[in-house]
Design a protein around this ligand. Structure first.
Ligand SMILES: *Cc1c(COP(=O)(O)O)cnc(C)c1O
Length: 397
């Protein structure tokens, strides 16, 4: 089927919730993919941080194929091996105690919010019912996770929104202390705000959050949907800060391209959700879990060191580019602020035409390449970006 026909079907039959780029991606290998004209594109997006090990990683493909041949689905009323092995691998990797499997980031966060509410109603009935999140955060698109998302622009059209949320400014300890009323029983945060513009939290702020949580028995819940599973050079981004969370959520990069989310519970929260308290028909799907197990198996210390190294290299190259005034983020999750007068959407469109897939985060360029991207692919992509930026900064030469 030719692109124009596919586009017509899409625009006729698919709800118009996305501003799609004018590009039909047909196949990929590593960090390189092809469109319908066999034009090659370098992928600096990994989906949106999903294809953590690139397109078509052989070990991952084999694990997924083997599992789909054996058993593609059975309900959560029965045991399956991939789910049990993945839960063990996640707990051993993170020091967390138990796992609940969902299918996406929003669902994982929904599970975290329910855990916080049950913990508050179990331990502080009538006293605590409120969850604190950070301004400029992003936690998902369901009604509850939209409410948790600390951006006024997201709090339109879909009301009434659930109660029991307050918002504090990121990296502002005084504002945090002010918003932390006696009704607050949990704090949910991203260590690096992703959709909000690739903005890392500061160590002293995270320390303050962590101390307040310990002192007052407030649950510390970390949304690692974007930052988790090696993205920042540690398995979890919270390892950069040395904090001990009560709940961690994962999704994007976990399945290596298959839909899976996870809620990880610490000692305090591991038994909060009991039989009948929560569930998901698709959660823990054996094929998705087999794919995730393959991702985790690859992600040893040497793999994570390479992520750190590649992240340093990427940052240095970006910092030296015309038109880029600041680079933020950690590991291979970076954001670039552009010089005034250059629009990120123009850069992304021009890069797309030259064969580089790039993301935005607010007004910045956002870099989430596959963690396995080769130096050659990285250099090809950076070459395209550099050329585009050079033209935009010196339009007459
Ligand atoms: C993407 C994202 C989500 C939502 O994940 P979905 O899979 O789209 O539901 C939640 N939190 C963070 C930090 C994210 O980056």
């Amino acid at each position: 089927m030719i692109f124009s026909n596919i586009k017509k079907l899409d625009q006729t039959y698919i709800a118009g919730t996305y501003a799609r780029n004018d590009l039909l991606v047909q196949q990929g290998k590593g960090a390189t993919c092809q469109d319908d004209t066999s034009r090659t594109l370098i992928d600096f997006s990994a989906g949106i941080g999903v294809n953590s090990i690139g397109f078509g990683n052989p070990a991952w493909v084999q694990a997924v194929k083997e599992q789909i041949d054996k058993l593609s689905h059975i309900s959560n009323l029965y045991y399956t091996q991939p789910m049990a092995l993945l839960a063990q691998a996640l707990c051993q990797r993170t020091g967390m105690k138990k796992v609940f499997f969902a299918n996406s980031g929003a669902e994982a966060n929904e599970g975290a919010l329910k855990t916080a509410r049950k913990y508050m109603s179990d331990h502080y009935p009538g006293q605590r019912d409120t969850i604190l999140t950070l301004i400029n955060s992003f936690h998902g698109r369901t009604i509850a996770t939209l409410t948790a998302t600390g951006q006024d622009s997201m709090h339109q059209h879909f009301g009434p929104f659930p109660q029991g949320f307050v918002y504090a400014k990121a990296n502002d300890i005084a504002d945090l202390e002010e918003k932390l009323t006696p009704r607050v029983g949990a704090i949910l945060l991203e260590c690096v705000q992703g959709e909000g513009g690739v903005i890392p939290l500061q160590q002293d702020f995270v320390d303050a959050v962590s101390n307040l949580c310990r002192q007052r028995d407030i649950l510390l819940m970390v949304d690692e949907v974007q930052t988790g599973v090696g993205r920042t050079g540690k398995f979890l981004a919270l390892e950069h800060y040395g904090i001990q969370p009560d709940v961690v959520t994962l999704a994007k990069g976990l399945g290596g391209g298959l839909p899976i989310g996870a809620v990880l519970f610490g000692e305090k929260t591991k038994d909060v959700l009991g039989k009948g308290d929560h569930g998901s028909t698709f959660g823990g799907n054996p094929v998705c879990c087999a794919g995730a197990c393959a991702v985790l198996e690859m992600m040893d210390d040497a793999f994570l060191s390479r992520v750190t190294e590649t992240g340093h290299y990427l940052r240095k190259r970006l910092e030296a580019m015309p038109g880029i005034v600041e680079v933020s983020g950690k590991g291979m999750m970076l954001g670039a602020t552009l010089q005034e007068g250059i629009k990120n959407t123009d850069v992304i469109a021009a890069c797309g035409q030259q064969g580089l897939i790039l993301l935005a985060a607010k007004h910045k360029l956002r870099f989430l390449p596959p963690l396995t991207i080769s130096r050659e692919e990285l250099n090809t992509g950076l070459g395209i970006l550099e050329e585009v930026l050079a033209k935009l900064t010196h339009p007459l030469t």
